[in-house]
Design a protein around this ligand. Sequence first.
Ligand code: GLY
Length: 552
Amino acid sequence: MLFIFLSESSIASSIGVYGKYGMVSSRSALASNVGIDIMRAGGNAVDSAVATAFALAVTYPSAGNIGGGGFALVRLPNGNVVSLDHREKAPKTAHRNMYLDSEHNVINKLSTQSHLAAGVPGSVDGLLLLLETYGSMSRTQVISPALKLARNGFPLSYDLAQQFTTVLGKMKLYPASLEKFSKDGEPYIVGEIWRQPDLAKTLKIIMNKGRPGFYEGSVASLIVQEMERNNGSISASDLADYRSVWRTPVTGSYRGYEIWGMGPPSSGGILVIQMLNMLEPFDLESMGYGSSASIHHMVEAKRRAYADRAEYLGDPDYYPVPIGMLLDKDYARQRFADFDVASASSSENIDPGIWFKESPETTHFSVIDNKGTMVSFTTTLNSSYGNKIVVPGTGILLNNEMNDFSIKKDTPNQYQLIGREANAIEPGKRMLSSMSPTIVTKDGNPFLITGSQGGSRIITTVLQVIINVIDHGMQLGDAVTLPRIHHQWLPDQIIHDKYAISSDTRNRLSALGHKNIVESKSGIGDANSILVRGKAIFGVKDPRAEGAAVGY
Ligand code: GLY
């Protein structure tokens, strides 16, 4: 893998870059450059991450947002790792059967494409709290780059122009959405300057007033009025009461490395560690990347971990998630005890485990500075462009995160994930996520920052980046680029990137009993990652999508 070596000027590549002082790898080159400019101006990785996240809300509106939520995992210079949950919450009037008709059937699209699909947004609260707690710069310093991009505009890339054209059909009921994403209903074309004056106004209010600029006052009123006009449920008090939560990160070890992840209400950290625990006793390195043996082992670990997800994972403020049990290496061994090296199991026969010893579109970016502050940050509106609804006068696109709840027991959501009691809808509860911002350290020192987009595929993407680096000894570019596979218990199928499974390997997997092996229509994951080796920082932008790693 070719790494471009430059240390004096900002550099960007879709493959990999080297940096000496700091690195930002994100889905948008403009946003990555914002993050690096902040560090050049003396900001730390947290200042940089907050500025990058606000910039992504402008330059990558499919998932970057101020109307959604996310998770931040931060390793501080002293080695402590903290995590901030700014996931959306169910509005206070939400209830278990709100997306079901009188016969208890799921009402089509109500949880994905309606005002009722939106959870109470957490991004602004989370970003400002991160800045106040661990940043060193002012709101003006970190928000003004995003504000300028929104006000002055930027030339639309091919990727964004295509996305807008595709999504317009779903926005036709919403005039403010059409106004934002088209020229009077006509699609923008690549290279045209795209400006977002309403969003610029909103960002300015947030910049001047802080948290109340979003959760109270004129912006909040416009959100509530939009809800009241359209049978939505987010109220003024839902907004005023929203607070992010500092949560204890989940942690584990793998072959001498320390793994740090986001705990519930994300399932990501737990599942990554659980699968690594199941796989640790096996010599994946000698099996070789892409072999039927290594795919078989990983699929069987994924099958079991996702079965546990459906049963046990939800908002820990509402459900007693057995975190200790799920992270325990003994539990993993017991859970994997029925693994047969010569034969695939069937998801029908895999129930969630019981310990006898006593959950497409999202975006991830990684940031590191020269003090060893590492930020692993994943944010989302859930579906691409959320529920497609722009709140008139604000430029804010709303999320459709309510679909991440289990809206009916054992009924698949848009990622085909099922859920049960732990993730049932309750007022004020946070919906279960698959977002997996991850940090890996070695003897307490910075090693790897990774994470991904991709709904349920996020978790298995992260798993494979870690295994590629640690087990297969790959350089970061290869670890992120090479084709991936995915399995999530139900539906019982192996989904794979193009070229991930040769015909030989497919035959061997079929002989083991893996019946459904399906090529994914789109790339699996978008893992914008950073690796540290000695004093060198390597940044990689996943080539499955646009964006850039930028270092200096
Ligand atoms: N909305 C995708 C996730 O949180 O996993």
